[in-house]
Each structure stands twice: as structure tokens, then as C-alpha cells.
Design a protein. Structure first.
Length: 277
């Protein structure tokens, strides 16, 4: 594995915080509140100075309620799902480091002609230039997950905020010879309206998600049955699906999962369809 020896440990800490936020919807105290919150609670957290993206699944097969509605996110050029009743899916992977699972994921995506967006940190680009080039050559998009995966809501300076994104852009250009598309996912799902505004002013679209599950803990990987139950039971039209590239379960089941979604009538689209890029 080509990776910074310290980064997997840091990434585990970061992603643990991220999913706690994704499941509880409250970052301020990092105390786990109920996973499924009312739509009123979910919407109110969007007004917070700093919050973690959270979801409340109301009914199987329907889009969950997020911290903000599609309409509330729109002025910030931010998305958490497609505004559609058509069976469209948008696949995304957060990539903090490489542990051997990304090639298997790319193989499954290629088999199904399924475009995906990989939100990468700086370390992933510098350690895995060939994987970055493979993603691009196979029709995928590489998005910005910041240089060092910090809590971006704690960055009030536009200069510091911009540096986290620009440093990734420079690495990407050095590896591909191309400018990076301005797609951004906040580390750990932590955001503030100030951050969303800065991202927009820098020309970025921000992407949250409407379907994810606990797939990031390396020594506690979910079983095939657990993963499929969550990912099939909660799928819905317009879903932006968040998976982690480091999950051995994801690598093992992705072919089967994509087949199952196709059999349910779903098709796969790039995030570019949402932005018109």
C-alpha cells in the first residue's frame, strides 16, 4: 500500500467524527442524539453556526429529510440529493487513503458503466497518481475533500479556507495536467453557512449525501447482509450515495449492489448532471 503511515490513523479519527455527525446531526457536543429526527429538528440545525450533516429516513424508498431542504441549499450551490422522482443515482466515494480496495471498486463501476465522483484529500493524490489517472480515463470525476481533512467550519479566514482547496487543485493538476472540477465535500460532513458561502464564492459546488452507512471502521466492517440491507432498503430516486473507498465490504459487494439497484430500475448519473457542468 502506498500511503502516508500516519494518515490512515488520522483518517479513521476524522471519519469517525464525520459519521457520528451524519448519524446524529449534531456536532456541537458530539453527543449522539437519535438517528432519526423530525423534519423540524433537521431543518433547524441548518441555521446553526456549525453543524454536521444528518438525515432522517421517514419512509422506505423516499428521500430522507436532511439538515436543510433542497431549496435551502440551492442558494449556496449545494446539494444533498437530486430533485427528481426518476430512478437516478449519483455515486460518490470519499477517499482519504488507499488500502487496496479502490481497484476493485473501479472494476465494478467499469463493469456497470457507472460514473462516480471520488472526493479525495491531498494525501490520496500524491500517494496514488496512477489511480487518479485511471479514475479520469474511465470517466469518473475527482472532487475536492480538502488538503488535510480538517473541520472546515472552524476556519473563518477565507484565505485559509481557500488554501485547503487550492493545494488539492495544484496536486491534481500536477498529476493530470488538467484543472480540477470545483466539486467540494466538507470533511466529516461538518459545515457552516459561512463555509458554504465561501465555497460558492470560490466557484465550488458543495455536495452532501442522502444515503450512507457505517462502512469506514477497518476492523469492524459490516457483513455483506448488513450492508445490502441498509443500502437497498434506503435507496430512493435522486440519491447521492456516499461510500468509502477503504471499505473491504464495499469492494466485495459493489458489483452485486449495482446489479440489485439496476434490477430495481435505477440508473447511474454523474454529479455534473445536477450542476450543468
Amino acid at each position: 500500500m502506498s500511503s502516508s503511515p500516519l494518515f490512515p490513523k488520522l483518517f479513521l479519527i476524522f471519519t469517525t467524527s464525520f459519521v457520528l455527525g451524519a448519524l446524529s446531526g449534531s456536532f456541537h457536543s458530539l453527543q449522539l442524539s437519535p438517528t432519526y429526527r423530525s423534519s423540524q429538528q433537521a431543518a433547524s440545525s441548518f441555521l446553526s453556526e456549525s453543524a454536521s450533516w444528518g438525515l432522517s429516513f421517514q419512509k422506505e424508498g423516499e428521500r430522507p429529510v436532511g439538515n436543510a431542504t433542497i431549496e435551502e441549499l440551492r442558494p449556496y450551490n449545494a446539494f444533498y440529493a437530486g430533485d427528481t422522482k426518476q430512478k437516478k443515482l449519483y455515486l460518490t466515494f470519499d477517499a482519504g487513503y488507499e488500502n487496496g480496495n479502490t481497484p476493485l471498486i473501479l472494476n465494478a463501476l467499469k463493469k456497470h458503466h457507472a460514473p462516480a465522483t471520488f472526493f479525495v484529500v491531498g494525501n490520496f493524490i500524491s500517494d496514488n497518481p496512477e489511480l487518479i489517472r485511471q479514475m479520469i480515463s474511465e470517466g469518473h470525476t475527482v472532487g475536492n475533500h480538502t488538503m488535510t481533512h480538517p473541520d472546515m467550519s472552524g476556519i473563518s479566514s477565507r484565505e485559509d479556507f481557500q488554501k485547503q482547496l487550492n493545494d488539492v487543485e495544484k496536486l491534481y493538476q500536477s498529476v493530470t495536467g488538467e484543472e480540477m472540477i470545483r466539486f467540494y465535500r466538507p470533511p466529516q460532513g461538518i459545515y457552516s453557512t459561512s463555509n458554504l458561502t465561501m465555497a460558492k464564492e470560490l466557484g465550488y459546488f458543495t455536495f452532501f449525501w442522502s444515503l450512507a452507512y457505517v462502512d469506514w471502521i477497518q476492523d469492524q466492517q459490516p457483513s455483506r447482509e448488513e450492508a445490502l440491507e441498509k443500502l437497498l432498503g434506503r435507496i430512493h430516486p435522486g440519491a447521492i450515495v456516499l461510500l468509502h473507498n477503504t471499505s473491504s465490504t464495499n469492494a466485495q459487494i459493489l458489483d452485486e449492489l449495482l446489479t440489485a439497484w439496476e434490477n430495481m430500475g435505477y440508473q447511474f448519473y454523474p454529479l455534473k448532471e445536477l450542476t450543468g457542468e
